[in-house]
Design a protein around this ligand. Structure first.
Ligand code: GTP
Ligand code: MG
Length: 209
């Protein structure tokens, strides 16, 4: 699958103000600063599409981007398809008040549970760290809600490959303790673009079904 265009559409303070749910949608979520916005830019090959920041807590709203992608059918004909990619605000930022935390939870819960065109949630995990309780808890919550998701281990360029694999395996082993089947997972770097093809292929496959 090839991305032909990626365009910012709007930032919504809550579910009710999101664009019409008239095409498949894929949302990116994870700890504050894990690299959600950077991953979106890397996938779309556009440096400043989603706003990134070295300081956590940059993304505060539900940000919709319209993607037009193309695939070739068996006869070689190009098929174009529109879908939405969504950048969500992160969780787990220490400097957030109890009140803001609650409002984040309410906003995210409503979006995740109600957004009828949401095909899959990509949950981003920082590959530099050992399994973190906050990520495991969030994933278990998705399980309780029966929300389809895939894992993306980010910032793989920051560590030696061996250390990344160790952290990924440790995380998957943690999931094995409570999950019967593991979700799909990807290892990415927004710097060297590793994992780009794999994530896009996965979206392409889901779009085709
Ligand atoms: P919030 O919107 O604040 O929740 O953060 P976010 O998850 O959108 O993270 P963002 O993409 O803004 O990236 C946070 C910081 O990590 C920035 O300084 C990025 O440059 C850096 N970063 C993101 N992805 C990568 C990566 O793959 N490799 C490296 N080395 N740095 C990365
Ligand atoms: Mg962000």
């Amino acid at each position: 699958m090839e991305i032909i265009s990626a365009t910012y559409i709007k930032s919504s303070p809550d579910y009710g103000q999101c664009p019409k749910a008239d095409r498949p949608e894929y949302a990116f979520i994870g700890r504050s600063n894990v690299g959600k916005s950077s991953l979106i830019n890397m996938l779309c090959n556009k440096k400043a599409l989603a706003k990134t920041s070295a300081a956590p807590g940059k993304t505060q709203l539900i940000n919709h981007f319209e993607i037009i992608s193309a695939t070739r059918d068996k006869s070689g004909k190009q098929e174009k398809r529109p879908w939405y990619l969504v950048d969500l605000p992160g969780y787990g930022y220490a400097k957030v008040s109890q009140k803001q935390r609650k409002s984040w939870s309410a906003m995210i819960e409503k979006y995740i549970l109600k957004r009828e065109n949401l095909i899959t949630l990509f949950v981003l995990i920082d590959s530099r760290h050992e399994p973190q309780l906050i990520d495991l808890e969030f994933i278990n919550q998705l399980g309780a809600w029966s929300i389809p998701f895939a894992l993306v281990f980010t910032k793989a360029d920051k560590n030696k490959p061996g250390a990344t694999i160790r952290n990924v395996d440790a995380f998957l082993n943690k999931l094995r303790e409570t999950w019967e089947a593991l979700p799909p997972h990807f290892i990415t770097s927004a710097i060297d673009k590793n994992g780009r093809e794999e994530v896009l292929e996965y979206v392409g496959k889901l779009n085709a079904t």
